[in-house]
Design a protein around this ligand. Sequence first.
Ligand SMILES: NC(=O)C1=CN([C@@H]2O[C@H](COP(=O)(O)OP(=O)(O)OC[C@H]3O[C@@H](n4cnc5c(N)ncnc54)[C@H](O)[C@@H]3O)[C@@H](O)[C@H]2O)C=CC1
Ligand SMILES: [Mg+2]
Ligand SMILES: [Zn+2]
Length: 276
Amino acid sequence: MISRWTTAVLDTALPGGWAVARSPEGFLFDDNGALFPREWLKRQDLSILAEHGIGHLDGEPVYLLELHSPLDIPGCNWKGLRAFMLEDDHTLYKVLGYAAQIGTWAREHRFCGSCGKHMGQIPLERAMYCDACELRHYPRISPSMIVLITRGDEVLLARSPRFVTGVYSTLAGFAEPGESAEDCLVREVREEVSIEVKNIQYMGSQCWPFPHSMMLGFHAEYAGGDIVPQEDEIEDAQWFNVHDLPPLPASRSIARYLIDLYVARRLGHAEPVLPG
Ligand SMILES: NC(=O)C1=CN([C@@H]2O[C@H](COP(=O)(O)OP(=O)(O)OC[C@H]3O[C@@H](n4cnc5c(N)ncnc54)[C@H](O)[C@@H]3O)[C@@H](O)[C@H]2O)C=CC1
Ligand SMILES: [Mg+2]
Ligand SMILES: [Zn+2]
């Protein structure tokens, strides 16, 4: 399959192309989507913090206008990235997910973390650079593991207080320095539900741009212990039979993929495809 969207570092001095605009209220959109003719967008009275050339969509250059604040433009509205994930075309979500990560990273690296001076973008490289101390900062990605724990016909699912009412999901957590993804998995499972696992199997990965996670997905089998939910982090955790599951996470998430994959294998159904 030919990918419609490829990332690239584009020269912002060149005219033309498409642009997306991002403010603290999300991305600008209208009836045609979230991509606007760039020259038209730049003629609006936007408070532009930075501009980044981010890639090509169907061969056309795409830029990000990172704004200080949203602006009312007739016929347009603002919408968060999560809503684009849930409601819109997958390719558009990929473009905006990348744009969000680049915008956040560049905004948070305007000053050097070592000497405090202004940093600038290196032309044609995705890096921020400090002239004074020659430090480079590349986009930040946070490796996180996510795991479906299984016990025959049962799967362990949990609720965080942050979840939509009723929804149960897999366990997840950020890797700490010094850990492999598997070390992280064993630690997080102990911390969050106090059980032991075995036979850890890697199932695939997914970019999760909220704000910059790289999800490494696993299945693991129950090996021992009773569920003790971690205070404050886990509101409830239970074993659910594959024939009687609670409301599950959004279909584009790797959490949902890990659950759907196990259920499909258990019941002999066609396996789902992991959304990129
Ligand atoms: N794509 C998917 O299906 C799913 C993705 N996730 C994502 O997995 C990631 C980890 O899941 P959580 O249970 O929230 O993590 P977690 O279990 O490690 O706990 C969250 C805590 O980790 C700390 N933290 C925040 N950012 C961090 C970072 N960059 N590095 C290290 N520690 C950090 C904070 O203290 C935060 O309260 C999150 O980005 C979450 O959105 C979680 C579930 C499903
Ligand atoms: Mg967690
Ligand atoms: Zn510096």
